[in-house]
Design a protein around this ligand. Structure first.
Ligand code: SAH
Length: 589
């Protein structure tokens, strides 16, 4: 889909009447989500207030397809329109699919989207952009694989044509073949499709195919100035920076931050090729680059190779766009993600973004399910085995191949969950490929925090988190900790309190604590917190029975200070909290 912004759109619906049309549009865009007005209709993402939500999507650069009146959308976004920065496409779409109106984002592909949606719904899109109407395309929004040299110059060029000038086309512009342009082989104006930098001639509209590959030799030493060095190298050969399609480097440099920074600064993919033991990537590099050229038939001829300069940078200049993703492989990524207790609105935006970015999702079947909605192309590796280290190794192996792997845990991944297993597997490995993978850990709302928030603030003062599972530690360690925690008057949050394989441990733990703390100590039980089957119960240490608890329960045992009260006029729930203070010890001298 030429020129369409790569970010999947937000499809906004306000009521059930719009859902059928929304689903049809969703099917057109990989990764699109239906954002639905809470309590009226359900979709992939719920929002509470239309204006705030539209502004949020807009500032995040999400293309917006709003199934409501154009006027509503305009009014909601008006406060943001004064400063014309990067503008995502915004369209209004009639609920019944009978009209599609592109509103904003002429340079980011709104008209292309309007045509695509119009074609799918069999209606004529309400296109009002004069250049588009006259020529049937936006010359200033070339398809994927091409970049405009100068927007200001482009606008001048289009208005010259609208005023009656004619143009020739220099170079290979297949997407213009069927465009109704005022052509003239001898015209002063030219649409020039080339990797060569624009020479400033005001009669030219210059469009660069992303057709140049910059390769670093195995001996190159990337540093903080790398982006500037690549630019200088391009300049020295008269090539435009926008024509750069990719940077290719030996896999031995995969963990190098300056390389990643340079690719980010130049806004191109960074691809890696295996070096042999002598550090010579010559043959492997040639094969990899050939793979990037191959998808475009036009690159069978006219490929220029420029040998490495002093900085170790060699250039390959093709005539048509290359496919950077066909060259070697990317640096893989492994992200350990905390999903929170289960509710979508307790999943952090950072976790959602990391999930959306992943190619592979790894974890217990229940958690992989909880990580949805996932796209069809995202591979799910749901396991029920309890071998966390094995799962971590599998994740690293996939990341080494250049995949972006998300390992999911419930709650926080660092609290009795996968993050420590992933780090343990990494530390035990000498494989340099594992150590070169990009690694990140995204926190989540842990069960103790989610439970505490539902009942008040029982963790309002010093507390500890203890797993009662003796699968990975001796029971004696647990007992010692319980005793000390009880003596220190810490509030305690118990994870993994009981299971079929560990039937007696909780009673034993409670005995230890009862030896120190009084029977009226506050206890909170949260089961399936943040999930549809959620239950909460307040009880006391004296009344608590292990049969009240199962492996889906969080047990919070209060300190001597933890207390509860009912709000005035409220006979229902009690609010439980631990004050931030202790009585001052006036026996101290
Ligand atoms: N990483 C998770 C904890 C994993 S250990 C986190 O940070 O929450 C698993 C234990 O966590 C369970 O035995 C249970 O005690 C607790 N737990 C996890 N999710 C829960 C939920 N939604 N409600 C109550 N307890 C939960």
């Amino acid at each position: 889909m030429a020129g369409v912004s790569a970010t999947p759109p937000a499809i906004i619906v306000l009521g059930p009447g719009a859902l059928a049309t929304a689903q049809r549009v969703k099917a057109l865009y990989e990764g699109a989500r239906i954002h639905a007005l809470q309590d009226r209709v359900s979709g992939d993402v719920a929002f509470a207030e239309l204006g705030a939500h539209l502004r949020d999507c807009y500032t995040r650069g999400l293309p917006i397809i709003a199934l409501c009146a154009a006027g509503i959308v305009i009014r909601c976004l008006a406060p943001l329109l004064a400063n014309k920065g990067a503008e995502p496409p915004v369209l209004a779409l009639a609920e019944d699919g009978s009209a599609v109106v592109p509103l904003l984002g002429g340079l980011t592909g709104v008209n292309v989207m309007a045509r695509t949606i119009g074609a799918a719904l069999a209606v004529a899109p309400a296109i009002t952009t004069s250049g588009e109407l006259r020529f049937g395309t936006c010359l200033l929004n070339p398809p994927a694989g091409y970049a405009l040299a100068s927007l200001a110059q482009g606008k001048r060029f289009v208005s010259d044509l609208l005023a009656g000038d004619r143009t020739r086309i220099d170079g290979h512009a297949p997407w213009l073949d069927h465009v109704d342009l005022p052509r003239d082989a001898h015209a002063r104006h030219a649409i020039r499709v080339s990797a060569q930098a624009w020479d400033g001639n005001p009669a030219d509209l210059v469009i660069h195919p992303r057709s140049v590959i910059a390769a670093l030799g195995a001996v190159a030493v990337p540093d903080a100035t790398l982006a500037a060095t690549v630019e200088r190298t391009l300049q020295a050969h008269g090539l435009a920076r926008q024509a750069l399609a990719a940077i290719v480097a030996p896999a031995t440099l995969m963990g190098d931050a300056s390389l990643a920074n340079a690719a980010a600064a130049l806004d191109v993919p960074l691809r890696f090729v295996d070096a042999d033991i002598d550090g010579d990537i010559g043959a492997g590099l040639d094969t990899a680059i050939a793979a990037g050229l191959a998808p475009n038939k036009a690159n069978e001829a006219n490929v220029q190779r420029i040998a490495a300069n002093d900085a170790g940078i060699a250039l390959t200049v093709a005539s048509a766009p290359v496919d950077p993703l066909a060259i070697g492989r990317a640096r893989g990524k492994l992200t350990v993600i905390g999903l929170g207790p289960g509710r979508a609105d307790l999943l952090t935006p950072a976790a959602r973004a990391a999930l959306d970015d992943a190619t592979d999702i790894v974890g217990y079947a229940t958690y992989v399910e909880m990580a949805g909605p996932l796209r069809a192309q995202q591979r799910r590796h749901a396991t029920d085995n309890r071998e966390e280290l094995q799962r971590a190794r599998h994740a690293f192996e996939m990341a080494c191949e250049g995949r972006r792997v998300a390992v999911v845990s419930s709650g926080d991944p660092g609290v009795f969950a996968m993050a420590a297993a992933v780090l343990e597997a990494l530390e035990a490995s000498q494989d340099p490929r594992w150590h070169a993978v990009e690694l990140a850990i995204v926190p989540g709302v842990s069960a103790a925090l989610a439970t505490a928030a539902r009942v008040g603030a029982p963790l309002g003062h010093d507390f500890c988190m203890i797993s009662l599972s003796d699968n990975l530690k001796p029971w004696s360690v647990i007992e010692t900790r319980l005793l000390h925690a009880a003596q220190a008057d810490l509030v305690m949050a118990f994870y993994n309190p009981i299971s079929r394989a560990r039937p007696w441990q909780l009673d034993r733990a409670l005995d230890v604590i009862r030896g120190v703390r009084s029977g009226d100590t506050r206890v909170v039980l949260g089961r399936d917190v943040g999930r549809p089957a959620e239950t909460l119960r307040a009880t006391t240490l004296g009344a608590l029975r292990s049969s009240d608890v199962d492996m889906r329960t969080m047990v919070i045992v209060g300190s001597s200070m933890t207390r509860g009260f009912r709000r005035v006029g409220d006979e229902q729930g009690e609010w439980i909290y631990t004050p931030r203070w202790y009585p001052q010890d006036d026996t101290a001298t």
